[in-house]
Write a protein that binds this ligand. Structure first.
Ligand SMILES: [Zn+2]
Length: 179
């Protein structure tokens, strides 16, 4: 099963909260090993560690483990034992796309391989937006889907700059089913 989740200025509309092509996709209580590609500028890497810390604090345990910097892009075959984050080698996106997450799962719904593609360099966004974009994509790694409600981290648009976004109660419950 393959699923592509895109964060774009135009957004992606769905009212479902868990990525579910044939049933909920999630990490099956396994830690997610995050490898940051060396094509992420050094000045942008703290957004990734901040997102790891944010989700670990939110869920109350180390669901994300920071494996540091790796010398290949996130969609490189060598990244497949890890979740790569960075600019992918091969991507076709709309001009408005900021970031996208690719998920593949086993038949039982456990995510087998994923990567987070940072299409637009984080440094071209405001600090606030860059932090929320990475948090949003990491939410996909846990199985959360884009939400239609604007007042959530998992909304498919670049977040508003004025509010700090958390998860909806229903998203929180969806996560708690699996984590
Ligand atoms: Zn999304």
């Amino acid at each position: 099963m393959k699923l592509l989740l895109v964060l774009a200025l135009t957004g992606c509309a769905t009212s479902r909260y868990l990525a579910a092509p044939d049933g909920p996709m999630h990490q099956c209580r396994l830690p997610v090993l995050i490898a940051t590609s060396n094509n992420v500028p050094a000045s942008d890497r703290h957004f990734i560690t901040e997102a790891i810390d944010w989700w670990n604090f939110y869920l109350g345990y180390e669901v994300f483990m920071d494996m540091g910097i790796v010398p290949f892009p996130p969609d490189d075959l060598r990244a497949r034992s890890l979740v790569g984050v960075g600019t992918p080698l091969n991507y076709t996106v709309k001009a408005t796309t900021v970031a996208q997450t690719h998920l593949n799962s086993y038949a039982n719904g456990c995510i087998s391989y994923a990567y987070v593609g940072l299409i637009r360099p984080l440094g071209t966004l405001t600090t606030h937006d860059a932090a929320l974009v990475v948090r949003h994509e990491f939410g996909h790694l846990l199985g959360l889907k884009d939400a239609t409600e604007r007042n959530t981290l998992m909304h498919g648009y670049i977040p508003d700059t004025l509010t700090d976004k958390d998860l909806l109660e229903v998203e929180h419950y969806a996560l708690k089913l699996f984590y």
